[in-house]
Design a protein around this ligand. Sequence first.
Ligand SMILES: [Zn+2]
Length: 496
Amino acid sequence: MASGSALIFDEEMSDYKLLWTDPVCEIEVPERLTVSYEALKARGVAERCKQVPVRLATEQEILLAHSEEYLEAVKQTLKMSVEELKAFSKQYNDVYFHQNIYHCATMAVGATLQLVDSVMKREVRNGMALVRPPGHHSQRSAANGFCVFNNVAIAALYAKKTYNLNRVLIVDWDVHHGQGVQYCFEEDPSVLYFSWHRYEHRTFWPNLPESDYTSVGKDKGSGLNVNLPWNKVGMTNSDYLAAFFHVLLPVAYEFDPELVLVSAGFDSAIGDPEGEMCALPETFAHLTQLLMPLAAGKMCVVLEGGYNLTSLAQSVCQTVQSLLGDPAPQLSGLTDPCESALDSIQNVRSSLPLPAVLSLILPLAYEFNPGLVLGVVGDSGAKTHLAPVWGHLTSLLQGLAEGRTLTLLQVRDIYFIKPFQNIHLLAVTVSALSGAPVPPLGPLGAHKPEDVQMMEKERQRLQKRWSSVQEGWGLLRCTGTTVIPQFTKIFYGAYN
Ligand SMILES: [Zn+2]
């Protein structure tokens, strides 16, 4: 079984910079890459990862997502004078070129593909590529928004082709819309693209109508492009987690990806001049952890934006530490999402053929912020088809209580009554608790309308009673039917 995390970095990708005055482009500096790597080294995180050497992408690989004319045009920048580079940059939107950028962009694609290979060949379980230039704005025949080649789009196309994958999930948590990724896959039923982004009713760059929640994909890709536009700045940990609980995780579980790619921009973290959001770096530890049960843990995180060097470096560290299996720091003070976030979330949900069941246990549990998670599973959970569900629930709940989880298997006799089922349940539980991959659930079918209605009613009932639980009793017992306040601050999740 694959274990460990890859870290892919080469200082050479910091070897280009803006050569003239341009207030828009001046935030994209080489230090973005070096401070991130230095922070990983200083915390002892880098040395715990498998260091995979970078390679250059081949032209054939770049051509998976770009036109020959565009590749040839970018190659010409190798020999250009500063004036020529400036003129060339002006053909595109919010991007600058340098004599070294073709080399660095080729290396950024190559580094991303090295990561995909390491994960798909099971040399590691997951990993992060620290690359520059970023990629998600770049289009078939156009550079855009500091991006030259679309690293993550090429990675998805490469993974599909090389490893015969049918379902790839791209999660874009950069604060800008990765319109380049959307254009590449909006008709493709094999790639689910999720992006949240600062939008402010189209007043924020790139100001595109197609960044709104109404762009859900086209033709066979319909329903597989999920845009969550933030119409206000200042979104918090609670808003980000709500987006995961109520939009991304339900669609991702339904889609059942074979590989998860993350367009990891940290301009969505606090202090960033582009995002102006308020989510803490620690939130990215949780976002990472919530994605890790998907695709049997096969996850490639690729750096995109991030312009506040302090919060960028801290967020990169939190992400890689989660990939390595470290417990995510507790997030306190979580509340319901703000009104504007709720509006956005509801709009997305109403525009997609989503399973209408809103997440129940995760938002309640995160808001409760327990000191310990106690899971109890009984005989019915041992049924072969239910054991993986229990495993996924156990994995998802490990973001709570800094990973302090106790699980009780209440089966009558592990060896003599249905031994195969019980041992299977035990194995899945141990896997989930140790941070190892849990078997995928397979694509989830549509829910029956009566089940959806029942869950909705239950959620509303629980949420009403939830306020009384918070007033000092300290134990949330969630069996799907009851929440009973008790004496200690423990979260009790029963699946029976
Ligand atoms: Zn960005």
